[in-house]
Write a protein that binds this ligand. Structure first.
Ligand SMILES: NC(=O)c1ccc[n+]([C@@H]2O[C@H](COP(=O)([O-])OP(=O)(O)OC[C@H]3O[C@@H](n4cnc5c(N)ncnc54)[C@H](OP(=O)(O)O)[C@@H]3O)[C@@H](O)[C@H]2O)c1
Length: 250
């Protein structure tokens, strides 16, 4: 029997938090499978990490069944995976009824359907391995519901509940589930929103973090039993204040 290689699967590995997860997981892994639509960006990252990890680049659109199927096949061929990072995502700004329904559905497919499908495929093998780490990238926005991102926030709320419930079901299995809830992070995420009128100047400076710090906080929380992880003291304060207000309003 061949020796098990410690393996991570990172979705949305071509940019931002996903690329940073690959960088910070590289010292912990033998193999990383990076998934995204832009193959050329994955290949640049694979070259950067070539000295420390064997990175496989999978060009796939995870909002489409074909892309999810190709990712399942990559797990079958290169897995089982010890780390599953469900990170691929995008945001839109605008009122629910003024945005196209196809965009809402694409978001549900990517943020929810792809995530649960990959978890469903990975968990039985993690059980056999006696452990594993699942990180579902959610958002601080879940704690601060408001207009303009109704479907986006709802998909991330799904990930928080799902991660908490899954962790309860997996107690004692050695598998840990985290819902990472970053606040505003300097990545490509807001590029498309700028076109839609997203105003950076409305966001207090203290809320912004860089991807390196967000991923470091996520990985540092592994093993401490915490499911919901809000990186950054300021953002944690924002989440707690908003949750307290929601409790007071009940
Ligand atoms: N940045 C923030 O302020 C912030 C705050 C809270 C939560 N988040 C969450 O953090 C996660 C990562 O976002 P980011 O900030 O790193 O943004 P980003 O720099 O725009 O990166 C998004 C990644 O997702 C991939 N992706 C998007 N659609 C995809 C699709 N259909 N199929 C496969 N891959 C796809 C992109 O790759 P390709 O374009 O190459 O496919 C890219 O690698 C997202 O889930 C986002 O909701 C971000």
């Amino acid at each position: 029997m061949s020796e098990h290689k410690v393996t991570a699967l990172v979705t949305g590995a071509s940019a931002g938090l996903g690329a940073e997860f690959c960088r910070q997981l590289a010292p912990l892994c033998d193999v990383i499978i990076g998934v995204a639509r832009r193959r050329e960006k994955l290949e640049v990252l694979a070259s950067e990490l070539a000295g420390s990890v064997e990175m496989h680049c999978l060009e796939a659109d995870l909002s489409a069944v074909e892309g999810v199927a190709a990712t399942l096949e990559a797990i079958r061929q290169k897995g089982p995976v010890d780390y599953l990072i469900n990170n691929a995502g995008f945001g839109t700004v605008g009122h629910f009824d003024q945005l196209p329904i196809n965009g809402h559905r694409e978001m549900l497919n990517l943020h929810i359907d792809a995530c649960i499908t990959l978890c469903r495929a990975a968990i039985p093998f993690m059980r056999e391995l006696g452990g594993g780490q699942i990180i579902n990238v959610s958002s601080l926005g879940v704690f601060v519901p408001g207009g303009g991102m109704a479907v986006y926030g709802a998909t991330k709320a799904f990930l928080n509940y799902y991660s908490q419930a899954l962790q309860a079901e997996l107690a004692g299995s050695g598998i840990e589930v985290q819902a990472l809830c970053p606040g505003f992070t300097h990545t490509e995420f807001h590029n498309s929103m700028l076109v839609d009128g997203f105003d950076h100047t409305q966001i207090p400076d203290q809320m912004w973090m860089n991807a390196e710090a967000v991923v470091a906080a996520s990985l540092a929380a592994m093993g401490n039993g915490q499911v919901l992880v809000v990186p950054g003291e300021y953002n944690l304060g924002v989440a707690k204040t908003s949750l307290q207000k929601q409790v007071d309003d009940l």
